[in-house]
Write a protein that binds this ligand. Structure first.
Ligand SMILES: [Zn+2]
Length: 374
């Protein structure tokens, strides 16, 4: 089970993870049944959650806006129960990363300020005392059904989101700001390593705090951040080990073509060779997908051999042969296979495990020739 697309803003897919829907359901049922106040509590909890995650989307869009303006493609924003993640090629430019990281929390603080204006005006126009009662009653289930309650809620949620994200816990915004500052003075990989170690230390504290306070979200966020930091450090190290390698160095040009209307039985009789990947072509010999033989054993269905190749077609990104591998690493990580094009025409393919092996061999050869020369 994965994510579901709920919309598209500025060309960025907005997806919600299935666990997000489960948590939404859980919160509604829990609040309706156990908090007291019945359905009112359930609905107000739902409204609270929706407001919070609308703000999370806006926060991620603020990061994305800076990325897009700087020419970085943002493919999607995914909502998880513990927050949002914008998927993009993160720039290894400390100054840009700094601005990008600050943009999210800055938007939240700006929104808090903007919503403070109608709240103050409303309180003046109506009665000052309701402002105070609104403050004290902001956490009661019914607060959300008053204008003051909802304004207060939006302001509070923005302040919490903005401040929480500024904690120096990599890969949260504060951690990214910390890494960017370090990277002004030292090697990028070392800066990431230090930011990740600090982040993991903080995330352990957060998890412990979550247990002490009985806050399951803090526990989950702590655990997730611990592993997310590690994961990103691996990607940064991988990206650095692949610097200087271009797609043209790792493009395999022996692309086999298979007609989409062929059955799998015909394919094995006539086309099967020593390849794992095949380009799937239509009547005009246009490529519109690929076949990955590793997926076939997973299809337990008895009629599998009568299936048309078309039905087994997978989509792959098309990358330009002049791209540097480190610039398209995200695409290579996301997809098991990529097509490589030259002047807009597909001329070959590659895949990450092969690229990584190539990188290792190149490193070995370099040290060998260096030793021989010296
Ligand atoms: Zn952020």
């Amino acid at each position: 089970m994965g994510s579901y697309r709920i919309g598209k803003i500025f060309g960025i897919d907005i997806e919600i993870h299935f666990t997000f829907i489960l948590v939404l359901l859980f919160i509604f049922l829990y609040s309706s049944l156990f908090v007291g106040g019945g359905l009112v509590s359930g609905i107000s909890a739902l409204i609270y959650f929706v407001i919070l995650f609308t703000l999370v989307i806006l926060h991620e869009l603020a990061h994305s806006a800076v990325a897009i303006v700087s020419g970085i493609r943002v493919s999607k924003i995914t909502l998880l129960p513990i927050g949002g993640v914008a998927t993009m090629e993160i720039p290894e430019k400390p100054s840009l990363e700094l601005v990008m990281a600050i943009a999210g929390p800055l938007l939240n603080f700006t929104l808090a300020f903007i919503f403070l204006i109608p709240l103050v005006m409303y309180s003046i126009v109506t009665d000052h005392s309701t402002f105070a009662s609104g403050l004290s009653g902001a956490l009661s289930p019914k607060a959300i059904f008053s204008i003051e309650g909802i304004l207060l809620l939006i302001i509070a949620a923005n302040l919490v989101l903005g401040s929480f994200n500024l904690l120096p816990i990599f890969p949260m915004d504060g951690g990214r700001i910390f890494r960017a500052i370090l990277a002004f003075f030292m090697d990028y990989v070392d800066a990431t390593e230090i930011a990740v170690i600090l982040g993991q230390f903080m995330s352990v504290l957060m998890t412990i705090l979550g247990f002490v306070l009985g806050n399951i979200f803090l526990v989950l966020i702590g655990i997730l951040i611990f592993f997310a930091g590690d994961q990103e450090l691996k990607v940064v190290k991988l990206r650095h080990s692949l610097k200087g390698i271009y797609l043209r160095d790792v493009t395999l040009r022996d692309l086999e073509r298979v007609p989409s209307n062929m059955t799998l039985a015909e394919f094995f009789r006539n086309k099967f060779s020593n390849h794992i990947f095949y380009a799937i072509v239509d009547d005009q010999d246009e490529i519109h997908g690929y076949l990955d033989l590793r997926t076939i054993p997973e299809l337990k269905d008895k009629g599998i051999m009568q299936k048309k190749i078309e039905e087994l077609s997978l989509k792959a990104p098309i990358l330009d042969i002049n791209s540097e591998v480190s610039d398209v690493l995200l695409k290579l990580l996301e997809s098991d296979f990529v097509f490589v094009s030259e002047n807009g025409k597909i001329i070959g393919y590659t895949f990450l495990p092969y690229v990584i092996e190539f990188g290792k061999i190149r490193k070995l050869l370099r040290s060998f020739f260096k030793a021989e020369a010296g």
